[in-house]
Write a protein that binds this ligand. Sequence first.
Ligand code: MLT
Length: 408
Amino acid sequence: MIKINENYLKLRASYLFSEIANRISTFQAAHPEKEIVKLGIGDVTQALPQACIEAFHRAVDEMANERTFKGYGPEQGYSFLREKIAAWDFQARGADIAADEIFISDGAKCDSGNIQEIFALETKIAIPDPVYPVYLDTNVMAGRTGKFNNGRYENILYLEGNLENGFIPNLPNEPVDLIYLCFPNNPTGAVITKNMLRNWVEFARENRALILYDAAYEAFIRDDKLPKSIYEVEGAREVAIEFRSFSKTAGFTGTRCAFTVVPKTCMAYDHDGNKYSLHALWNRRHSTKFNGVSYPVQRAAEAVYSREGWAQVQRLIQYYLKNASLIRREITDLGFECVGGKNSPYIWIDGQMDSWEFFDLLLEKAGVICTPGVGFGKCGEGFIRISAFNSYENVKKAMARIKDALTK
Ligand code: MLT
């Protein structure tokens, strides 16, 4: 008899963004005349930068010619892309990362979800609350947690975020093996200073723990004093893996390209305390289960690291940040407390009511989609997240409608 992986039964009914999509479909079926503005899932709306498009076209043409055609590429990614990433994203900021420590992939969601496979089942995990649901759900599927009770899975150490700590959790008060961090944060938009990040790196070093650092939103950091990479902190090369993505940086959500950095100095241990290279383990996993990102997509991503491409990407980021600052201003004027929206495309708002109730109110009264905070964890209850990923016109329209709905 074929049996299921019963860990899946511990998961909550559906992935957050699928539940939101269901509610939107139900609403639209009942009110086909209502036009909806989507500020829920963080999905980009602006076209790919021109430099990426041109490189994409050129690479597609190469595939049409036997002399330049490409079959399977290296699973870890083409060196033309890995070298540019190492130089522009890391070495230029004083972070000592080499091209062969970078693994090109089709998404930070997949990588941050798959990475747990290389760690022991009994790994003690610390996860922020609120949090991007993928980190938690993939560990539930793997069987690292107990049951879901009262908004919490057993066997997880939750690192609580709230208005008092600015949604930057305190260090764990007990040893843990694996720590998930994300800055600029999804969902809260909170950012971390280099000094605070240094405390996490020191904690990991003292506990022989590992930090999984999700930096998918680093491109939104405008304050140059803030770290864009954990490797800007001394000592992080031994205790951190970093996830990055072209999705939000250059509008690749539908094009798919991301990367994970696993420094060769990053180690983990077997039951007897012997050290193993996580780079070798991840390389084994990646080359066994993944066949690489397509050549044209990697060429399109490479174009981000050209003078024109870089300037175009900066304009794109600035465009969404202008939306973010409009949302922040309007929401603050309406009397709500919020975080994020400054070096981040997300604004995290204390709605002072049940998250789903606020979601329904905005949907029904304003025709605006947000994301209910409780979908990111128990500490998200009472909050909603508004995303800046839409056109400026739509964001303006949404904010005017929200104002009407909440003040009339
Ligand atoms: C989000 O809205 O949180 C993100 O778009 C989800 C993702 O990047 O997978």
